[in-house]
Unconditional design. Structure first.
Length: 432
């Protein structure tokens, strides 16, 4: 990571010379110093898993089953908006690939666009490095076009004029610098953008407003996925009356990100009953760890096998209140039984050496694929220590992902897990 280039990218591309300093002071471990490498075949396998999941979610039988138990607001069809920034999170370790979860307001895309311009890889040729750097600007353009498509898909004929980037107490959020990047991106394309809390919005006479500014589209970063909080009342009313385009929206969360869906997607019998073809079922069962709901009926069995499991709350996000089974105490187990949890077969994350040859440090990583309309827009890695990704690890944070020729994969992976020198010229230079 060339920090001087990153600082320049924030200053020149986004007209925010102070933004880099804000990143350094608030979240100094946001960008990893090392890239992650995947093979072409691994990249194709990831895309195949995503396509298989998307094909199931498109089935009327799946949608009817999932939405039958969803809150009433999730029944609303969102007037054509698909939902931006679906995040498919994977663990990749050798030949093992596992989809850990799906998110519907996955953060970090704009940060990765900026980072792509500042990373340097010792195994890239000059043309390949130039292509990798250019990929950041290409991603930025595709992000804006995605929001334009969300607006147009909702049957609006005129151009998008105003956007509100909404989260609870946005200036206090860890990724607040990214909100500023989004604001600058929208303004670059002539769209007025504000960063707001839901309490800053009012709804009257069929118009959602921020102060006196009428809002066309809300980029939703809230973790109140069903807009149940009183502070979301104006946004909820505007959404239900089709007065604003909300993306991502409650139905997207119900269909994609509800962790209960992982139980269905890893159950062959249920998939078959929904009419999922055998070839698709095979892809899902091979790449989604078996998942089940925690309840009294299976409590003894799950407790006995806890070291092979990972426990997540149904309503959780960002790794909060999630536990690796070997860390679960009797007291924590009682909390799990009292709450709504899933138990997922444990698949360890990949590993990456940081530091120096004399003082190597083993870090973990996962892969996050940003997806829109079944298309993988970008693949990033998150490097960390601890139970879950945390952006608190020196040397950790978002890392670029480079695709390798299959023939060179084993040599490169051996080098990055032992901190030896990587083979020259083995990388395609295609930042994902």
């Amino acid at each position: 990571m060339d920090k001087d280039v990153l600082r320049q990218a924030f200053s020149d591309d986004f007209d925010s010379p102070a933004l880099y300093d804000l990143v350094e002071s608030r979240c100094p471990f946001l960008f990893s110093s090392r890239p992650i490498f995947v093979s072409e075949s691994q990249s194709e396998r990831i895309a195949g898993v995503i396509d298989a999941i998307e094909s199931v979610i498109a089935l009327p039988s799946y949608r009817a089953k999932v939405l039958a138990d969803a809150p009433e607001i999730a029944q609303y069809g969102a007037d054509g908006a698909k939902g931006v920034f679906f995040g498919y999170d994977f663990h990749l370790r050798g030949e093992t690939l596992a989809l850990i979860e799906i998110n519907t307001n996955a953060g970090g895309a704009m940060l990765n666009a900026a980072m792509a311009k500042a990373h340097r890889s010792c195994c890239l040729s000059a043309p390949a490095l130039a292509a990798a750097i250019a990929s950041g600007a290409i991603l930025e353009d595709s992000i804006f076009k995605m929001f334009e498509k969300e607006w147009a898909s909702s049957m609006h004929q005129r151009p998008l004029r105003t956007v509100a980037i909404v989260d609870e107490a946005p200036e206090q959020q860890y990724l607040y610098p990214e909100f500023i990047l989004f604001q600058r991106l929208f303004e670059k394309f002539g769209v007025r953008a504000v960063i707001a809390s839901p309490s800053d919005l009012t709804f009257s006479a069929g118009v959602l407003r921020y102060d006196d500014l009428a809002i066309d589209l809300v980029y939703n970063r809230l973790t109140d996925f069903m807009l149940t909080s009183p502070v979301c009342s104006s946004l909820r009313s505007a959404y239900l009356e089709s007065a604003v385009v909300l993306t991502p929206h409650p139905q997207a969360h119900a269909l994609y990100a509800n962790k209960r869906n992982l139980v269905l997607l890893s159950d062959d019998r249920q998939l078959e009953s929904l009419g999922v073809p055998s070839a698709v079922r095979r892809v899902l069962l091979e790449n989604i760890p078996h998942t089940e709901l925690v309840d009294i009926a299976n409590a003894d069995r799950l407790w006995a096998n806890r070291r092979k499991l990972f426990f997540k709350p149904l309503a959780g996000y960002g790794g909060k209140a999630a536990y690796r089974g070997e860390k679960v105490t009797k007291r924590v187990w009682e909390d799990i039984l009292a709450g709504d949890y899933i138990a997922q077969a444990l698949v360890p994350p990949g590993e990456r050496v940081n530091g120096t040859k004399e003082n190597p440090e083993q870090l973990k990583f996962d892969l996050r694929c940003y997806v829109y309309e079944r298309h993988v827009q970008w693949t990033a890695a998150r490097v960390y220590q601890g139970q879950t990704t945390n952006f608190r690890t020196p040397g950790g944070g978002f890392a670029p992902v480079y695709r390798l020729d299959d023939a060179n994969t084993s040599e490169m992976m051996q080098s990055i897990s032992s901190d030896s020198n990587p083979p020259a010229g083995c990388c395609t230079g295609s930042c994902s």
